[in-house]
Design a protein around this ligand. Structure first.
Ligand SMILES: Nc1ncnc2c1ncn2[C@@H]1O[C@H](COP(=O)(O)OP(=O)(O)OP(=O)(O)O)[C@@H](O)[C@H]1O
Length: 295
């Protein structure tokens, strides 16, 4: 079976607070899926349910077709890097990995090569309490890879990584998906994520605001239009099914090609002074989704 993550109709309420509401999305094999949201939007809750650390109020979160608790030898299916970090600061990186290997029923012979793989071979004997934040992230990634899982789940892995560390992580994740693995990564660092994700899931106040391939979201360039009668232009574009936002004397129009927008202006006899197709960055996509979600 291909490695994948399937979240369906997931809801989690804490008393009267709905941390996650009716969340549905999939993270597919061979692709890096980014789960994006502001603080408190429900990212961690979704990931914690996926990893069997929190019970959902309703709905399902499956890894390779099963709930985490139903997985036989879960570390062989899924490796996770969560925010809370490592438990024992007095242990060396090597000892930490050996302990985790033993707990997970994994041969300790994997530890040496893994330390090398994440670039910690020279720090293997050092106490993890003396590790830098970046080194701790590398060790957390090594821990996640212990069972050679085909699914990787990373909660805010970019925190604490410097630019070379980020480049290292990007390459590692790309290698994982090139080999057919699945990666789900949560973050609010949009510029960093933009360089690594294939698919984007935007979550706000516990709800999915957008879910699509990045290329599709970024490719739907919006048009910036300045014309003689913005009000009539906006009406005509909306009638044609476009999403229109006005700012000063400019309109931002989504869902039309430049040709369509020009033809419509000609039809209603409104002159156009400026018409620009703007490519969207992940940051714009994210902000637009949150603005639309708040309406
Ligand atoms: N154990 C809990 N008890 C009560 N409320 C909770 C609990 N865990 C999360 N929440 C609430 O659920 C909402 C979503 O929290 P969650 O941690 O999933 O967000 P997040 O997107 O991961 O944010 P962050 O980036 O800050 O970690 C928040 O309003 C939070 O206060």
């Amino acid at each position: 079976m291909p490695a994948m993550i399937e979240i369906r109709d997931l809801t989690k309420t804490y008393g009267r607070v709905a941390a996650v509401r009716d969340v549905t999305f999939t993270a597919e094999p061979g692709r890096v899926t980014g789960l994006l949201g502001l603080n408190g939007s429900g990212k961690s809750t979704t990931l914690r349910i996926l990893l069997g650390l929190t019970r959902p109020t309703s709905g399902t979160a499956l890894i390779n077709g099963k709930r985490y608790r139903e997985l036989d030898r879960p570390l062989r299916h899924v490796g996770a890097v969560l925010e809370q970090g490592l438990s024992h600061p007095g242990q060396s990186g090597y000892a930490h990995l050996v302990t985790q290997a033993l707990l997970g029923g994994i041969d300790r012979s994997r530890v040496g090569p893994l330390l090398e793989f994440v670039g910690l071979e020279d720090a293997a004997a050092k106490r993890t309490g003396d590790y830098s934040l970046g080194m701790r992230q590398r060790l957390a990634v090594a821990t996640a890879l212990l069972g050679e899982p085909n699914v990787l789940v990373l909660d805010e892995p970019a925190n604490g990584l410097d630019p070379p560390g980020m480049a290292w992580l990007r390459e590692l994740l790309r290698g994982h998906t090139d080999a057919g693995g699945t990666v789900l990564i949560s973050s609010h660092l949009l510029a960093e994520l933009e360089q690594v994700v294939d698919d984007v899931v935007i979550i706000g106040e516990g709800r999915i605001l957008a879910a699509a391939p990045l290329a599709e979201l970024a490719g739907t360039a919006r048009l910036r239009i300045r014309g003689g009668d913005p009000v009539r232009l906006a009406e005509a574009y909306e009638k044609a099914g476009a999403a229109v936002a006005a700012e000063d004397d400019r309109l931002y129009v989504g869902g039309l090609t430049p040709e369509q927008a020009g033809d419509i202006a000609l039809e209603i006899q409104v002159p156009v002074y400026e018409l620009v197709a703007e490519a969207q960055h992940l940051e714009d996509i994210f902000m637009n989704a949150n603005v639309a979600g708040a309406r």
